[in-house]
Design a protein around this ligand. Structure first.
Ligand SMILES: NC(=O)C1=CN([C@@H]2O[C@H](COP(=O)(O)OP(=O)(O)OC[C@H]3O[C@@H](n4cnc5c(N)ncnc54)[C@H](OP(=O)(O)O)[C@@H]3O)[C@@H](O)[C@H]2O)C=CC1
Ligand SMILES: C=C(O[C@H]1[C@H](O)[C@@H](CO)O[C@H](OP(=O)(O)OP(=O)(O)OC[C@H]2O[C@@H](n3ccc(=O)[nH]c3=O)[C@H](O)[C@@H]2O)[C@@H]1NC(C)=O)C(=O)O
Length: 342
């Protein structure tokens, strides 16, 4: 991602005029991410409806101001120097049920809000994604996934399977309804990665199911996650750091290199799951980058595989100044190390 530019004084005035009192300055972002890491947003606005989201995105585009759309902040690492442009936080939270369909604004939290609403009406299709932090928009961006129910767990299920349609703000600022095929969903993949479309809302087509079946699946999936992943509330993270390597496992490769438990400052490769880096309090983005680069280098040297980050790197990154505990050579000295990780 290009380093965001500081808006000029003229752009700043025009933005303030368009967004009014909703526009805030120098807003800390760390607490707005699941990693609890990152510097401030120079400009920040919270969109509480899909209409307000469209207004903010259109304003940034019209004024040629760099912007970033922040969902739950669960799949990103924000640089220690923050984001120089406009961060648009998606808090659009409306949910409507009509028959077996549920329509949610893109800022709705998949868990608990969307899942609880669907399950409360006895509707099946979303309960698999219990415990995973994501807004509806983020879920479509990455095609949110989890294993099919126990005991078989024979395949990965994707949220795209139950998507009926979505309303977008397209790259040319049109509001448009599209069906699920439009998204060209894959594993961790959708058309949103390559197009500038913004999801405003989504409609899911679900199926009636007995409450006890839905509650059993949710309970089993929460236990599956609790057994394998560090708990998000006490050990903040961004979930899997590296992309899946089919049939091999990014986590397994890091584990085989003996890197579990390795620390850099307060950042640590989780002793529980090697593909997750946790923040024990005051980890910086630079600390996380140092661990990422170290894992990439170790895994490549030992196995020949190159680990590609799954998370997005947002904003401006400070140089790596601290190194993982047992690394003797500097991993990087430049400010743009995030660009070298991909
Ligand atoms: N399976 C698991 O266990 C876990 C999965 N995750 C995944 O991480 C993601 C977390 O979502 P969330 O926290 O909400 O997202 P984030 O705030 O982390 O943003 C991630 C990206 O999603 C895109 N995005 C967010 N909202 C929208 C929208 N309304 N329209 C278009 N693009 C959007 C943005 O892309 P852009 O910059 O291109 O606009 C952004 O870069 C989910 O996809 C989830 O599947 C996370 C943790 C664990
Ligand atoms: C956590 C995420 O998604 C998760 C998703 O929740 C679950 C369930 O569907 O499947 C994937 O985890 P995963 O644990 O199977 O992924 P990997 O990190 O590639 O591990 C693969 C395999 O390696 C082994 N493994 C993993 C960690 C470890 O420390 N040691 C080890 O040996 C395990 O057997 C594991 O099953 C997703 N991760 C990726 C990178 O695809 C996320 O996207 O943030």
């Amino acid at each position: 991602m290009r380093k965001p530019r500081n808006p000029t004084p003229a752009q700043q005035r025009a933005l303030a005029q368009r967004l009014g009192a909703a526009l805030q300055r120098d807003v800390p972002l760390a607490a707005r991410t699941s990693f609890r890491i990152g510097g401030p947003a120079a400009y920040y606005v919270e969109a509480k409806t899909p209409e307000a989201l469209a207004v903010a995105v259109r304003a940034a585009r019209a004024l040629d101001i760099d912007y970033f759309l922040l969902g739950r902040g669960a799949n990103i690492l924000i640089g220690d120097r923050g984001y120089a442009g406009l961060v648009i936080a998606n808090h659009a939270s409306d949910i409507r049920v009509h028959g077996t369909c549920v329509t949610a604004a893109s800022g709705v939290l998949v868990y608990p809000d969307l899942i609880d609403t669907a399950v409360g009406r006895g509707l099946s299709g979303l309960e698999h994604y219990v415990g995973i932090p994501s807004t509806v928009g983020g879920a479509l961006w990455q095609n949110l996934h989890f294993l099919s129910p126990a005991p078989e767990r024979e395949r990965t299920m994707f949220i795209g399977e139950v998507l009926e349609s979505a309303e977008l703000l397209t790259a040319d600022n049109q509001r448009k309804r599209v069906d699920a095929d439009y998204f060209e969903f894959g594993y961790d993949q959708s058309v949103l990665h390559s197009r500038d479309d913004i999801v405003l809302s989504a409609t899911f087509e679900l199926e009636p199911a007995p409450a006890e079946t839905l509650l059993r699946i949710m309970d089993e999936n929460l236990r599956w996650r609790a057994d394998r992943h560090p708990p998000l509330d006490s050990e903040p993270s961004a979930g899997s750091i590296f992309r899946k390597i089919e049939g091999i496992g990014a986590g397994r490769l890091i584990d085989e290199c003996g890197l579990k438990g390795m620390s850099c400052g307060d950042a640590q490769i989780s002793p529980r799951h090697a593909n997750i880096i946790v923040n024990h309090g005051n980890a910086s983005a630079a600390d996380v980058c140092a661990l990422i680069m170290h894992a990439q280098q170790c895994v490549q040297a030992r196995t020949g595989y190159w680990l590609t980050p799954e998370i997005s790197f947002i904003g401006e990154f400070a140089p790596v100044t601290r190194l993982p505990a047992d690394v003797r050579q500097p991993a990087s000295t430049g400010p743009d190390q995030a660009a070298t990780l991909n």
